[in-house]
Design a binder for this molecule. Structure first.
Ligand SMILES: [Zn+2]
Length: 219
Protein backbone atom coordinates (compact mmCIF):
# COMPACT_ATOMS: atom_id res chain seq x y z
CA UNK A 1 0.00 0.00 0.00
CA UNK A 2 3.06 2.21 0.12
CA UNK A 3 4.42 4.48 2.80
CA UNK A 4 3.14 7.53 4.68
CA UNK A 5 4.69 10.63 3.09
CA UNK A 6 5.21 12.17 6.55
CA UNK A 7 6.41 9.40 8.91
CA UNK A 8 7.44 6.83 6.21
CA UNK A 9 5.63 4.03 8.04
CA UNK A 10 4.25 1.24 5.92
CA UNK A 11 0.56 2.06 5.43
CA UNK A 12 -2.03 -0.40 6.65
CA UNK A 13 -4.83 2.06 5.89
CA UNK A 14 -4.41 4.89 3.38
CA UNK A 15 -5.82 8.35 4.09
CA UNK A 16 -5.36 11.30 1.73
CA UNK A 17 -3.61 14.32 3.20
CA UNK A 18 -4.10 17.61 1.34
CA UNK A 19 -0.77 19.20 0.35
CA UNK A 20 -2.33 22.62 1.02
CA UNK A 21 -5.11 22.26 3.61
CA UNK A 22 -8.47 22.10 1.83
CA UNK A 23 -9.91 24.91 3.98
CA UNK A 24 -7.02 27.22 3.00
CA UNK A 25 -8.15 27.46 -0.66
CA UNK A 26 -9.61 30.83 -1.63
CA UNK A 27 -13.18 31.08 -2.90
CA UNK A 28 -11.90 32.43 -6.25
CA UNK A 29 -10.00 29.18 -6.90
CA UNK A 30 -11.14 27.87 -10.31
CA UNK A 31 -13.34 24.76 -10.25
CA UNK A 32 -10.86 22.75 -12.31
CA UNK A 33 -8.05 23.19 -9.76
CA UNK A 34 -7.50 19.90 -8.00
CA UNK A 35 -7.03 19.96 -4.26
CA UNK A 36 -4.03 17.66 -4.50
CA UNK A 37 -3.43 15.02 -1.84
CA UNK A 38 -0.68 12.58 -0.87
CA UNK A 39 -0.91 9.21 0.90
CA UNK A 40 -0.67 9.53 4.65
CA UNK A 41 -1.36 7.42 7.72
CA UNK A 42 -4.39 8.45 9.77
CA UNK A 43 -2.23 9.54 12.71
CA UNK A 44 -0.15 12.02 10.66
CA UNK A 45 -3.19 13.24 8.77
CA UNK A 46 -5.01 14.06 12.02
CA UNK A 47 -1.91 15.52 13.67
CA UNK A 48 -1.25 17.91 10.79
CA UNK A 49 -4.96 18.70 10.46
CA UNK A 50 -4.92 20.05 14.01
CA UNK A 51 -1.72 22.07 13.45
CA UNK A 52 -3.14 23.52 10.23
CA UNK A 53 -6.32 24.58 11.99
CA UNK A 54 -4.38 26.22 14.85
CA UNK A 55 -2.13 28.00 12.38
CA UNK A 56 -5.08 29.16 10.26
CA UNK A 57 -6.74 30.84 13.25
CA UNK A 58 -3.53 32.64 14.17
CA UNK A 59 -2.23 33.62 10.74
CA UNK A 60 -5.37 34.83 9.03
CA UNK A 61 -6.05 37.77 11.41
CA UNK A 62 -2.58 39.13 10.47
CA UNK A 63 -3.21 39.23 6.71
CA UNK A 64 -4.77 41.98 4.63
CA UNK A 65 -8.28 40.63 3.83
CA UNK A 66 -8.60 42.75 0.66
CA UNK A 67 -5.89 40.83 -1.20
CA UNK A 68 -7.15 38.74 -4.13
CA UNK A 69 -4.97 35.89 -2.81
CA UNK A 70 -7.05 35.95 0.37
CA UNK A 71 -10.51 35.95 -1.19
CA UNK A 72 -13.05 34.37 1.15
CA UNK A 73 -10.42 33.30 3.69
CA UNK A 74 -11.21 35.93 6.32
CA UNK A 75 -14.89 34.99 6.04
CA UNK A 76 -13.97 31.38 6.77
CA UNK A 77 -12.08 32.56 9.83
CA UNK A 78 -15.24 34.17 11.23
CA UNK A 79 -17.06 30.86 10.87
CA UNK A 80 -14.23 29.27 12.82
CA UNK A 81 -14.59 31.93 15.53
CA UNK A 82 -18.34 31.41 15.73
CA UNK A 83 -17.71 27.73 16.34
CA UNK A 84 -15.05 28.55 18.94
CA UNK A 85 -15.95 31.82 20.75
CA UNK A 86 -13.28 31.27 23.40
CA UNK A 87 -10.67 31.76 20.71
CA UNK A 88 -11.47 35.48 20.34
CA UNK A 89 -10.73 35.98 24.01
CA UNK A 90 -7.49 34.02 23.64
CA UNK A 91 -6.58 36.11 20.59
CA UNK A 92 -7.03 39.42 22.43
CA UNK A 93 -4.94 38.19 25.33
CA UNK A 94 -2.11 36.98 23.14
CA UNK A 95 -1.63 39.87 20.74
CA UNK A 96 1.82 41.39 21.14
CA UNK A 97 2.95 44.85 20.08
CA UNK A 98 5.61 45.18 17.41
CA UNK A 99 8.79 46.87 18.42
CA UNK A 100 11.22 48.58 16.06
CA UNK A 101 13.68 45.69 15.98
CA UNK A 102 11.19 42.85 16.25
CA UNK A 103 10.49 41.07 12.96
CA UNK A 104 8.48 37.96 13.79
CA UNK A 105 8.28 36.42 10.31
CA UNK A 106 8.83 37.57 6.72
CA UNK A 107 5.54 38.98 5.44
CA UNK A 108 3.84 39.05 8.83
CA UNK A 109 4.66 42.66 9.50
CA UNK A 110 5.01 45.28 10.79
CA UNK A 111 3.28 46.62 7.68
CA UNK A 112 4.40 49.82 6.02
CA UNK A 113 2.07 52.79 5.95
CA UNK A 114 0.49 52.08 9.33
CA UNK A 115 1.72 53.45 12.65
CA UNK A 116 3.78 50.85 14.53
CA UNK A 117 1.76 51.29 17.72
CA UNK A 118 -1.49 50.44 15.91
CA UNK A 119 -0.16 47.01 14.91
CA UNK A 120 0.19 43.78 16.79
CA UNK A 121 0.90 40.12 16.10
CA UNK A 122 0.45 36.69 17.63
CA UNK A 123 3.74 34.97 18.46
CA UNK A 124 2.43 31.41 18.03
CA UNK A 125 2.61 31.15 14.21
CA UNK A 126 6.38 31.32 14.37
CA UNK A 127 6.37 27.99 16.23
CA UNK A 128 3.55 26.45 14.24
CA UNK A 129 4.63 27.44 10.75
CA UNK A 130 7.77 25.29 10.29
CA UNK A 131 6.10 21.88 10.82
CA UNK A 132 3.19 22.81 8.56
CA UNK A 133 5.49 24.20 5.85
CA UNK A 134 7.70 21.11 6.00
CA UNK A 135 4.60 19.01 5.54
CA UNK A 136 3.61 21.07 2.48
CA UNK A 137 7.06 20.76 0.87
CA UNK A 138 7.19 17.01 1.58
CA UNK A 139 3.84 16.68 -0.16
CA UNK A 140 4.95 18.78 -3.14
CA UNK A 141 8.15 16.80 -3.66
CA UNK A 142 6.19 13.56 -3.46
CA UNK A 143 3.74 14.86 -6.04
CA UNK A 144 6.46 16.07 -8.40
CA UNK A 145 8.92 13.18 -8.04
CA UNK A 146 7.32 10.45 -5.88
CA UNK A 147 10.26 11.13 -3.59
CA UNK A 148 10.08 10.56 0.18
CA UNK A 149 12.03 13.06 2.27
CA UNK A 150 14.24 10.50 3.98
CA UNK A 151 17.76 9.16 3.38
CA UNK A 152 19.43 9.95 1.05
CA UNK A 153 17.22 13.02 0.60
CA UNK A 154 16.93 15.87 3.04
CA UNK A 155 14.58 18.85 3.12
CA UNK A 156 15.61 22.24 4.44
CA UNK A 157 13.39 25.29 4.88
CA UNK A 158 14.50 28.89 4.74
CA UNK A 159 12.77 32.08 5.78
CA UNK A 160 14.50 35.18 4.64
CA UNK A 161 13.52 38.81 4.64
CA UNK A 162 15.43 39.48 1.43
CA UNK A 163 15.51 37.01 -1.45
CA UNK A 164 19.15 35.98 -2.08
CA UNK A 165 20.54 37.16 -5.43
CA UNK A 166 21.37 33.61 -6.61
CA UNK A 167 17.79 32.49 -6.00
CA UNK A 168 16.42 35.56 -7.76
CA UNK A 169 18.57 34.73 -10.80
CA UNK A 170 17.59 31.05 -10.82
CA UNK A 171 13.91 31.88 -10.51
CA UNK A 172 14.03 34.33 -13.39
CA UNK A 173 15.69 31.77 -15.68
CA UNK A 174 14.59 28.31 -14.78
CA UNK A 175 11.45 28.64 -12.75
CA UNK A 176 8.59 26.52 -13.89
CA UNK A 177 5.22 26.12 -12.33
CA UNK A 178 4.03 22.62 -13.09
CA UNK A 179 1.02 22.59 -10.85
CA UNK A 180 -1.44 25.41 -10.31
CA UNK A 181 -3.05 25.61 -6.91
CA UNK A 182 -5.16 28.68 -7.66
CA UNK A 183 -4.66 32.28 -6.47
CA UNK A 184 -4.11 31.40 -2.78
CA UNK A 185 -0.85 29.53 -3.32
CA UNK A 186 2.08 30.11 -5.60
CA UNK A 187 4.60 27.32 -6.11
CA UNK A 188 7.84 27.65 -8.03
CA UNK A 189 10.23 24.77 -8.37
CA UNK A 190 13.75 24.96 -9.76
CA UNK A 191 14.97 21.62 -11.02
CA UNK A 192 18.73 21.14 -11.33
CA UNK A 193 20.26 19.27 -14.23
CA UNK A 194 21.66 16.68 -11.80
CA UNK A 195 20.99 15.76 -8.18
CA UNK A 196 24.34 17.18 -7.04
CA UNK A 197 22.53 20.52 -7.00
CA UNK A 198 19.51 20.96 -4.79
CA UNK A 199 15.93 21.24 -5.98
CA UNK A 200 14.70 24.65 -4.85
CA UNK A 201 11.17 25.65 -3.99
CA UNK A 202 9.61 29.02 -3.43
CA UNK A 203 6.07 29.15 -2.14
CA UNK A 204 3.85 32.11 -1.35
CA UNK A 205 0.77 31.49 0.77
CA UNK A 206 -2.10 34.01 0.51
CA UNK A 207 0.23 36.47 -1.19
CA UNK A 208 1.93 36.96 2.17
CA UNK A 209 4.09 34.16 3.54
CA UNK A 210 7.14 33.51 1.42
CA UNK A 211 9.12 30.36 2.11
CA UNK A 212 12.01 28.64 0.40
CA UNK A 213 13.00 25.02 0.63
CA UNK A 214 15.73 22.89 -0.80
CA UNK A 215 15.89 19.17 -1.38
CA UNK A 216 19.40 17.80 -1.36
CA UNK A 217 20.68 14.32 -2.02
CA UNK A 218 23.36 13.28 0.42
CA UNK A 219 26.37 11.46 -0.97
ZN1 LIG B 1 2.40 8.90 9.08
Amino acid sequence: MGKCVHCFKELVEVTRDHIFPSSWYTDNTPQNIQRLTVPSCRECNEKFGKLEQKLFMRLVPCIDPTKAEMSGITKKLFHTYTKNPRFLKWLKENLKPYTKDKKPFPGLGPHEGFPLESQSYIPAPVDLLPPVLEKIFRGLEYKFEQRLMKEPYALKIYHVFEEPEEIKKLLSHKSKKDISFGPGFSVERIVPTNMKEPVIYKTIIWGTFISYASVVKKR
